[in-house]
Design a protein around this ligand. Structure first.
Ligand SMILES: [Zn+2]
Length: 157
């Protein structure tokens, strides 16, 4: 990136900081020595971009790492392999691909994504399922928690 002060194309990065959705770089011109800041951010204009709509209506990028972290904490010390977690995430990405091939907007709500994870955890491990559900379903009281467990595991209890 060329220097905005003297136009010299030879600049170096002196500091780099990553935020949640953008990267900030401090650059220094190798000619005039002045410093300036550049930002690296997403370009949501080019597909495929997987989007998530949050409960408050705001839209953010589908964050694979965040989903894996969420599932990982739910399956802690449970017999669910890292490969299985990868498969769950891949199935969500496949669901996005299906939307895109149907020329629909590649967007899911956090609730839909939570449900996709839950339907698969249900097949892996009851404890992991309940842990994940307790985070995603926002249980407001003990009754709703018991109700969901009864509904989901009738056949197994
Ligand atoms: Zn310069």
């Amino acid at each position: 990136m060329k220097c905005p002060f003297c136009g010299n194309p030879d600049t170096k990065v002196v500091d780099s900081r990553s935020g949640e959705d953008r990267k900030k770089r401090r650059r220094e011109c190798n000619d005039c020595g002045k410093r300036f800041t550049t930002y690296e951010t997403y370009d949501v204009s080019d597909a495929p971009t997987l989007l998530v709509m949050k409960k408050d209506g705001s839209v953010e990028l589908f964050n694979r790492t965040k989903i894996i972290a969420g599932i990982s904490s739910a399956v802690k010390k449970r017999p669910v392999s890292a490969e299985r977690i990868q498969k769950i995430v891949e199935s969500i990405e496949n669901a996005y691909a299906v939307r895109e091939s149907a020329r629909e907007k590649p967007i899911f709500t956090t609730t839909e994504i939570g449900d996709m994870v839950l339907s698969q955890l249900k097949e892996c491990d009851v404890v992991a399922y309940i842990r994940f559900a307790s985070v995603y379903k926002d249980f407001d009281n003990a009754d709703s928690f018991i109700r969901i467990i009864n509904d989901e595991f009738k056949s197994q209890m």
